[in-house]
Design a protein around this ligand. Structure first.
Ligand code: COA
Length: 162
């Protein structure tokens, strides 16, 4: 079975991530969307919220599963018997960091490969921090995140004042 793992912090999931999820799910038997901790970032949404928002955005799709994990990506991969990571590349500026991650993950486990998919041009400016910044300042985010999750994003910023 061709298993692909799409890891990220998804704080929150955006249309850019959804584009990769849609396209990646077509080139494998099963796509695991893995919500992980990036220790270089302090998330606004909890792990549970990020997972719930992804599940809501993806809906009922037979070959897509959402999981969460805290620890190394390679350990998660080993646990579920997966060998291939898929990541989106938005611009050349993403490449250096992604290359470092891909090489590091391969050094940690030489059975792991990373595939890269170019993000659609209309999402190339998008990131989770752009969405958070817009929502924090009361601007609309409907064009940038799946419609089903926009109300949760507004609610979070209204409640927490984050
Ligand atoms: N469209 C739009 N935005 C995208 C995108 C796409 N296709 N792909 C990525 N992005 C954005 C993300 O929203 C994120 O934006 P932000 O910085 O505003 O939050 C940014 O690009 C970086 O995304 P990504 O590369 O997925 O990083 P991440 O921080 O979301 O996730 C992990 C990185 C979680 C995969 C990585 O830290 C990890 O593997 N952690 C587990 C621990 C581990 O194994 N570490 C490696 C060994 S030390």
């Amino acid at each position: 079975m061709k298993l692909l793992v799409y890891p990220g912090s998804f704080d929150p999931v955006t249309n850019g991530h959804m584009d990769i999820i849609e396209r990646a799910s077509k080139i494998c038997d099963k796509l695991i969307v893995a919500v992980l901790v990036n220790h270089g970032k302090t998330p606004v949404f909890t792990m549970e919220e990020r997972t719930m928002l992804l599940k809501k955005a993806i809906g009922d799709r037979e070959n897509i599963e959402v999981c969460s994990f805290s620890g190394l990506l390679v350990d998660f991969m080993k646990r579920i018997n997966a060998r291939t990571i898929i990541k989106g590349l938005r611009a050349v500026s993403d490449f250096e960091y992604e290359m470092q991650m891909a090489l590091l993950n391969r050094k940690l486990d030489n059975e792991i490969d990373t595939l890269f998919m170019m993000t659609s041009i209309n999402n190339s400016f998008l990131s989770s921090s752009v969405v958070r910044e817009l929502a924090r300042n009361g601007a609309g985010v409907e064009d940038y995140v799946p419609h089903s999750i926009a109300p949760y994003i507004y609610e979070k910023f209204k409640k927490a004042g984050v």
